[in-house]
Design a protein around this ligand. Structure first.
Ligand code: GDP
Ligand code: ZN
Length: 297
């Protein structure tokens, strides 16, 4: 038998691959083929009575990376359509976290979806003066989708399945914002799926340390990757960084110098737009802070 497959879990020299009909096979990876990522589309081959093997990894639309220790890029999943950036009033997002995520998602060429979880706690929350949660309307004005959810009470999570249907999405967010609770709420058969995925590695608890792709009842796929992006952005150029700020796009290419970093150079269109109020001040200040960090790395 030979045919296409989708990698649900990749763990060392083996993984779980789903065939088009839904059948799931444990497959061995050959060193010569390279290491497939969760989300990879692959070709598999199985000779009678033998283990299935991955014979090719198809070209990737994108590679979802995190910045690992010392800022090194670490690929954790492939072929994503959407990133769910989960935020909550508790714990409050750390400074520039949302912008960091938005810049990274932009550089991958996919769509972000901001999910405000624990929405019912917003009224009582004591938000910092410059908290991104005070600016959710502005993110909407910037063109980002923002959805409010609660895993405990109203408004529930009903807004999510339509947004996730027929997409491959990955969840990111600070620890404690409710990512596991959302996965639980979205997947009524989570234990069953986890059990099936865990058998590949023989380690019952591996879903707490390994990236896995779940199948949503609404037809989409949801990738859960522990600890994703707790380290923030990888080092990137000022151009790549600026591209992630939507307010800046109207002024792209209008600075006097091609390599303008927008930090006070003469003839800087971005700086002028900040002064006239055409670029939000908080976006610009966040850009400057991230630029400084990118340079320091
Ligand atoms: P994770 O670290 O992002 O996976 O977060 P968890 O799912 O473990 O949730 C952290 C804590 O927040 C747990 O005590 C959850 O019960 C709680 N929690 C999750 N979602 C909500 C919510 O919508 N509202 C409230 N009040 N608490 C929630
Ligand atoms: Zn400039």
């Amino acid at each position: 038998m030979t045919g296409p497959g989708l990698v649900l879990v990749s763990h060392g020299d083996r993984g779980l691959v789903e065939r088009p009909g839904g059948e799931r096979l444990e497959c061995l990876f050959r060193r010569s083929v390279g290491r497939p990522l969760c989300g990879d589309r692959v070709e598999i081959e199985q000779a009678d009575g033998q283990s299935a093997v991955v014979t090719a990894i198809l070209p990737r639309q994108n590679e979802f990376v995190r910045a690992g220790p010392r800022g090194r890029k670490q690929a954790i999943a492939a072929n994503l359509d959407q990133v769910l950036i989960v935020v909550a009033p508790v714990p409050e997002p750390s400074r520039d976290l949302v912008e960091r995520y938005l810049v990274a998602v932009h550089s991958l060429g996919i769509q972000p979806l901001i999910v405000l979880n624990k929405a019912e706690c917003m009224d009582a929350a004591e938000l910092a003066a410059d908290s991104p949660l005070r600016r959710l309307d502005e993110y909407v004005e910037l063109g980002y989708a923002v959805l409010a959810t609660s895993c405990k009470t109203e408004p529930g999570i009903d807004v999510l399945p339509p947004a996730l249907a027929s997409q491959t999405s990955i969840l990111v967010g600070q620890s404690g914002v409710g990512k596991s609770s959302l996965v639980n709420a979205l997947l009524p058969d989570l234990d069953l799926q986890t059990g099936a995925l865990s058998r590949v590695t023989g380690k019952g608890t591996h879903t707490t340390t390994t990236t896995v792709m779940y199948t949503l009842p609404c037809g989409g796929r949801l990738i859960d990757s522990p600890g994703v992006w707790e380290y923030g952005l990888w080092p990137m150029s000022p151009v790549e960084l600026a591209a992630g700020f939507r307010d800046f796009t109207a002024f792209e290419g209008q600075c006097r110098f091609n390599d303008c970093q927008h930090t006070g150079e003469p003839g800087c269109a971005i700086r002028s737009a900040v002064e006239t109020g055409d670029i939000r001040d908080w976006q610009y200040r966040s850009y400057l802070r991230l630029l400084k960090q990118a340079a320091a790395d």
